[in-house]
Structure formats: structure tokens, C-alpha cells
Ligand binder design. Structure first.
Ligand code: NAP
Length: 331
């Protein structure tokens, strides 16, 4: 498998400033939570990473535990980067990883202690065969570790050069304020917050986005397609090989209720009138808020990636369309 990046890779992607930082992120970023593990097709994974980059996606999001098996998404991504992104191409990439969820047995293998975070970052760098990541996240708040300890670990990661920026994920508005303040006092500003946000999951609208705007921190919503529900794929049943069809799937069949399907069908009709796929409308709907820096999608094929990136051809909404969408979401 030979790869040489497209010379046109920067022609059509939109790059947004991440909060008030110096870093620009592509409007669409690519997450490797699923479809990149040791159980998945490596050639497909390789194709998706290279194609994403050819279309201007410079930002790839990982975590220590992505797989399955945990750790193998980082290993596979590392192999792809090492073989294909040679020369100075590493400097054209923003690679993020996280620590917070269970990764290894015993008391130091999860949550937010300094011990866990810094050991985990070392392990991630080893698995990806990288000298540094661009963004290192606390993957979730830890109710039992002082916030100062977790933030000091992020600060150390940045000061040691093993990460360039610090981020947090799934912190509440109050916890976010606290984390941002501690990091600022330490001299390592918080770059970005990664919350779950989609048409079906709108908790960030109750305070978090305001905090991020006030403090100049970027926002990168994860699971913007509600793991595939905000597409047309489940309208005619559960397709083979879809996320919901897999054993131990993170998207449960019980999530796809009759009421959900009714909403999805109604949203799909609006998307059709906009000459967009439902996936595209769901991504554009997030990007309409200028506080959203980048939308962090997942994909299981190059076709899905293309479809999602083509969202950028139509990002505007008429007020009537937004009203109609809101009405469906409130029903
Ligand atoms: N910080 C956190 O705690 C956290 C948690 C979860 C995820 N994340 C990050 O967010 C990223 C995205 O999460 P996600 O994978 O749940 O995102 P998502 O974009 O909501 O869902 C992706 C899935 O939707 C389906 N899909 C995507 N595009 C499609 C299209 N155009 N048409 C039809 N189906 C389409 C595919 O499912 P099929 O496989 O069924 O084809 C794909 O795997 C992750 O990779 C990870 O980096 C972070």
C-alpha cells in the first residue's frame, strides 16, 4: 500500500480557530474510537486515514482505550502514520489522545490521578511510536481526585513536551470553569473541551458553551451523528455490520426506539429538502454555532467520510428550517 498525499488537500477544507488559541482545527475532525482496532480491517483503516488527510482533515482523535482490544487503535494508527506520513508530514497533523477510562488493572489504571495520566501518556506515545501528541485530554472528570492534581498532570505533560496542548472531556460547566482556572494559573491554558453533543444530546447548551465562549476555549463535539442514528441507515431496519448490529455495541438496539425513528424520519425529510443527507444536516447543525470549533465524526468507510466532509458545501440554515428541526427534537 503506497500513499502520497494529495497536493489539493488544503483546497476546500474550512479551518476554524480553536477558542482564542493559535491553533486552527478542520471543521470536520476524524475520531478513531471504532473501526480501527485489532478486530477491524486494517486496509480499510489505512484508506480512511489517508483519504481524510487528502480531503484536509488534519486532526485525528484517539484515546488510550480505543480498539477493541484497548490500545490497538493507537497501535494501528501509529503504523499508518509511521509508514505513510514520512518526512515533515507529522507537522501537518494534529493528533490527540486521552486518559480517564479503564485501561489496565489495579488502582492506577483509570480516572484522574497524576500517576495514571502520565503513565498512560507514555504508553500511548509508545503504542503510536510518536515523540509527542498535539492534544492530551483528561477523558472524564474524577470525583475522587482533587482537580488540581489532574490539571497539574496535564500541565506536566505539556511542559515535558510530550503534549503540545491540554484538553478536557465531559466536564460539567462548573467543573470546566474550575479546570480552566487551575490550568490558567499553572500557565498551561486549556485549549479545548470535548463534550457529547448532537441534535439528540443537547446538555452543552445549558451553560457549557457559554463558559467556553467566556474563557476562550474551543469546543469539539463527539458523536455528532448519535453513533449513526442521525443518518438514514436505520430507517429500514438494522443493516448488517452497522454499529447497532455488533455484539457489545456502544449503540444499543434499545436506543433505536419507535419515537426516535419517527424523529429521524422527520429530520430526514428536512434534510432532503435541503439537498443534503441527514448526516450532513446533523453536522451542519452543530457547526452553525460559532462556538463549535470542529465536529468530531466517526466513520466505517471512505464513502461515509466523503459524505460527512461534503457537509461543508451547505452550512447555512433558514430560520424556518431551524424552527422545524427544533419542533421535531422537542416532540
Ligand atoms: N470524549 C469521549 O468520551 C468520547 C466518546 C465517544 C467518542 N469520542 C470521539 O468521537 C469520535 C466520533 O464518535 P462516534 O463514532 O460515536 O461519532 P458519530 O459520527 O456520531 O458516529 C459514527 C458512526 O456513524 C455511522 N456513520 C458515519 N457517517 C455516516 C454516514 N454519512 N452515513 C451513514 N452512517 C454514517 C458509522 O456507523 P457504522 O459503523 O454503523 O457504519 C460511524 O461509525 C470517536 O471516534 C472518538 O474520537 C469521544
Amino acid at each position: 500500500m503506497e500513499y502520497s498525499p494529495s497536493p489539493k488537500r488544503y483546497d476546500s477544507m474550512i479551518y476554524n480557530r480553536c477558542g482564542k488559541s493559535g491553533l486552527l482545527l478542520p471543521a470536520v475532525s476524524f475520531g478513531l474510537w471504532q473501526n480501527f482496532g485489532s478486530v477491524d480491517d486494517f486496509k480499510n483503516a489505512w484508506k480512511m486515514v489517508c483519504h481524510a488527510f487528502d480531503r484536509g482533515i488534519t486532526h485525528f482523535d484517539l484515546a488510550n482505550n480505543y480498539g477493541p482490544l484497548p490500545g490497538t487503535a493507537e497501535e494501528n494508527f501509529g503504523k499508518i502514520i509511521k509508514k505513510n506520513f514520512t518526512g515533515n508530514l507529522r507537522d501537518e497533523l494534529i493528533i490527540s489522545t486521552k486518559a480517564g477510562y479503564l485501561m489496565w488493572p489495579g488502582p492506577y489504571g483509570e480516572w484522574g490521578s497524576r500517576k495514571y495520566l502520565l503513565s498512560s501518556l507514555d504508553q500511548s506515545l509508545k503504542r503510536m511510536e510518536l515523540e509527542y501528541v498535539d492534544i492530551f485530554y483528561s477523558h472524564r472528570p474524577d470525583p475522587d481526585t482533587p482537580m488540581e492534581e489532574t490539571m497539574m498532570a496535564l500541565d506536566t505533560a505539556v511542559r515535558s513536551g510530550k503534549a503540545l496542548y491540554a484538553g478536557i472531556s465531559s466536564y460539567s460547566p462548573e467543573q470546566t470553569k474550575q479546570a480552566i482556572k487551575i490550568l490558567k494559573d499553572l500557565g498551561t491554558p486549556c485549549l479545548i473541551h470535548q463534550p457529547k453533543y448532537s441534535m439528540f444530546e443537547r446538555w452543552v447548551e445549558d451553560g457549557l458553551l457559554d463558559v467556553l465562549e467566556e474563557t476562550g476555549v474551543g469546543c469539539i463535539p463527539f458523536s455528532p451523528l448519535a453513533q449513526g442514528m442521525l443518518t438514514d441507515k436505520y430507517l429500514k431496519g438494522i443493516p448488517k455490520n452497522s454499529r447497532a448490529s455488533k455484539p457489545e455495541a456502544s449503540l444499543k438496539l434499545t436506543d433505536i426506539t419507535a419515537e426516535r425513528l419517527q424523529q429521524i424520519r422527520a429530520l430526514n425529510e428536512i434534510a432532503k429538502l435541503r439537498n443534503q443527507s441527514l448526516a450532513q444536516m446533523a453536522i451542519a447543525w452543530l457547526l452553525k454555532d460559532k462556538r463549535v470549533t470542529s465536529v468530531l465524526i466517526g466513520a466505517s468507510s471512505v464513502d461515509q467520510l466523503n459524505n460527512n466532509i461534503d457537509t461543508l458545501n451547505n452550512l447555512s440554515f433558514l430560520p424556518d428550517e431551524l424552527d422545524a428541526i427544533n419542533k421535531i427534537l422537542k416532540d
